[in-house]
Write a protein that binds this ligand. Structure first.
Ligand SMILES: C[S@@+](CC[C@H](N)C(=O)[O-])C[C@H]1O[C@@H](n2cnc3c(N)ncnc32)[C@H](O)[C@@H]1O
Length: 274
């Protein structure tokens, strides 16, 4: 059974659109060799597309290269795929929007050329099963790229011990429940190795890097993430002996202070199916 998407909520489409950094997304696509696949007849997948911010950069790069690959966007959320459809309307290349669970993708074996899947594995209850399924749809010689965060949102200085204690308790509760994996990033290389992919390369970058004043979009993203935790506690899904609403207020006060330093690395792993 598919796990419940931890961030599901009425403003998730807005959050995903607001938090994207288009330049960084484009850089990650180019760094992992998308340009080699921008040709007519080539099939390119954005797995767990959300509102299509990655697919949009794929389409824009295809237009710059005057290429017409087919883009295939996969996501469990039909609502977000609708938003993605509107976002990609202006681009010429052929597009297919497929609502599905990534553990069961309705695409044939050995049919895709390049696949990018970012910020999805951390939400999966069975990461290995999804990796195997994504590998199944790739052509021999096709390239898979999986990107995820490690120790997301948990590295801060100077965090007072009391706030650190409550943050650690929330992380431990989410990790235990299986709804979120704070160590998804460090696991990706193993999946490529275990599945015998060729030409495996790991790229590392900084996804969050906060010092000084915080921008409006980041403030919105982090407030929304904290509100989601408050909602989970209100629904009885977090077994904690303190109020997450109070934690959220205290944490945001810390996080908005220009003296804090916070970071989250992203690992981007690429490899080719043999
Ligand atoms: C944080 S968003 C990532 C969006 C985009 N890939 C990006 O880099 O911005 C995660 C997306 O993965 C989707 N997702 C999570 N688990 C899934 C599953 N098992 N099958 C299909 N989609 C899933 C969610 O619906 C959500 O839209």
């Amino acid at each position: 059974m598919r796990s419940v998407y931890l961030m599901e909520g009425e403003n998730e489409a807005v959050r995903l659109a607001v938090k994207d950094k288009a330049d960084e997304t484009r850089r990650q696509l180019l760094e992992t060799g998308l340009s080699d696949y921008l040709k007519a007849g080539v099939k390119i997948v954005d797995a767990g597309t959300g509102v299509g911010v990655v697919a949009e950069q794929m389409a824009a790069l295809a237009e710059t290269a005057a290429a017409t690959p087919e883009l295939i966007l996969l996501d469990a959320s039909e609502d977000r795929l609708q938003v993605a459809k509107q976002r990609l309307e202006q681009y010429r290349c052929e597009k297919t929007f497929l609502p599905c669970d990534l553990a069961h993708v309705p695409l044939p074996d050995n049919s895709m050329d390049y696949l990018f899947c970012r910020f999805v594995f951390e939400y999966l209850s069975d990461q290995r099963a999804v990796f195997a399924e994504l590998k199944r749809i790739m052509k021999p010689g096709g390239k898979m790229v999986i990107a995820d965060l490690d120790n997301i949102s948990t590295s801060h200085y100077p965090l007072n011990p009391e706030l650190q204690y409550r943050l650690d308790a929330i992380v431990s509760e989410l990790q235990k429940s299986g709804t979120f994996d704070f160590h998804a990033g460090r696991k990706l290389f193993s999946y490529f190795h275990e599945n015998d992919l060729a030409d495996v390369r790991v790229h590392a970058a900084m996804h969050h890097l906060f010092y000084g004043e915080m921008g409006e979009n980041d403030d919105f993203n982090w407030s929304t993430k904290l509100q989601r935790l408050v909602d989970l506690q209100n629904k009885g899904l977090l077994d904690l002996d303190f109020s997450v609403a109070e934690f959220a207020d205290d944490f945001l006060a810390f996080f908005r202070s220009p003296g804090r330093f916070s970071y989250t690395p992203v690992f981007i792993v690429e490899g080719k199916k043999r």
